[in-house]
Design a protein around this ligand. Sequence first.
Ligand code: SF4
Ligand code: SF4
Length: 81
Amino acid sequence: MERGRRVPRDSSIPRLPITILEGVCDYCGCCVGVCSADAIELRASSIEIDEERCTLCMKCVHACPLGALLYQGTLKIEGKP
Ligand code: SF4
Ligand code: SF4
């Protein structure tokens, strides 16, 4: 998909289960560097994850030194109930 092009969101698909704690984030950019999907947009005082591009790999959640990214979903492991 072309960068910057937004696809209208299908309301039947759940929203991205990653919450950005804006008051905690210091906009260091570590999460941007680990995102191989190029889904994180960092500006001077805000950060945004493009839910259309995000593959839920969780690299950003683990990379954030401040714990500013919270995963709030349930991951299903193949073969487990
Ligand atoms: S790694 Fe954490 S603190 Fe740094 S920009 Fe990303 S969310 Fe913010
Ligand atoms: S979960 Fe993975 S793909 Fe999604 S924004 Fe974080 S690093 Fe990028």
